[in-house]
Ligand binder design. Structure first.
Ligand code: SF4
Ligand code: SF4
Length: 167
């Protein structure tokens, strides 16, 4: 075959010596590597009994915030949904009725608020976009599930407990 460049090198395949042909040296070398790793510090941990500490900037499950009186902060402005690159957030707005001032901080609130954790990439853009300090990402890992429906987190799943009822 014609060579395209002059960089090609001929590889010599020398016949094996007797010692090489019985693979004894190679086996001993391999065992030495195994033995060396046996006494080295393990790179793995016994999860879930052992857990690694997360980075301080780790972003986990979302939380919907309340104010100090227990009223929902979210005004269903939709900015978080707009900022979300994964289109994971959906909501429906509703108007606060007279007598509901103790439940919702603003005149408008999210009657429905859902985050699809299968779509979410935990980028934190929703938290940054929110002008009402209503949504933030906690340090909790989303639990595993075999059912896709369990990854749709509703407002009830996301809202933090009422400060008065938690007392
Ligand atoms: S963390 Fe990112 S991907 Fe997840 S809901 Fe918020 S904006 Fe969307
Ligand atoms: S969580 Fe914040 S950004 Fe999203 S709808 Fe509610 S108030 Fe607006």
């Amino acid at each position: 075959m014609e060579r395209i460049t002059n960089r090609a090198k001929q590889v010599e395949r020398k016949p094996m010596t007797f010692l090489e042909s019985i693979y004894l040296v190679a086996i001993v070398k391999g065992l030495m590597i195994t033995l060396k790793h046996f006494f080295m510090k393990k790179a793995t941990i016994n999860y879930p009994e052992e857990k690694r500490p997360f980075s301080p900037v780790f972003r986990g499950l979302h939380v919907l915030n309340r104010d100090e009186e227990g009223r929902e902060n979210c005004t269903a402005c939709g900015l978080c949904a707009l900022a979300c690159p994964a289109e994971a957030i959906t909501m429906e707005a509703a108007e606060r009725l007279p007598g509901e001032e103790n439940k919702y901080r603003e005149e408008k609130y999210a009657a429905k608020y859902e985050i699809n954790m299968l779509r979410c990439i935990f980028c934190g853009f929703c938290e940054e976009a929110c002008p009402k300090d209503a949504v933030y990402l906690s340090q909790t890992v989303a639990p595993a599930s075999f059912n896709r429906k369990n990854f749709i987190y509703t407002k009830e799943d996301l809202l933090i407990p009422h400060p008065k009822s938690a007392e």
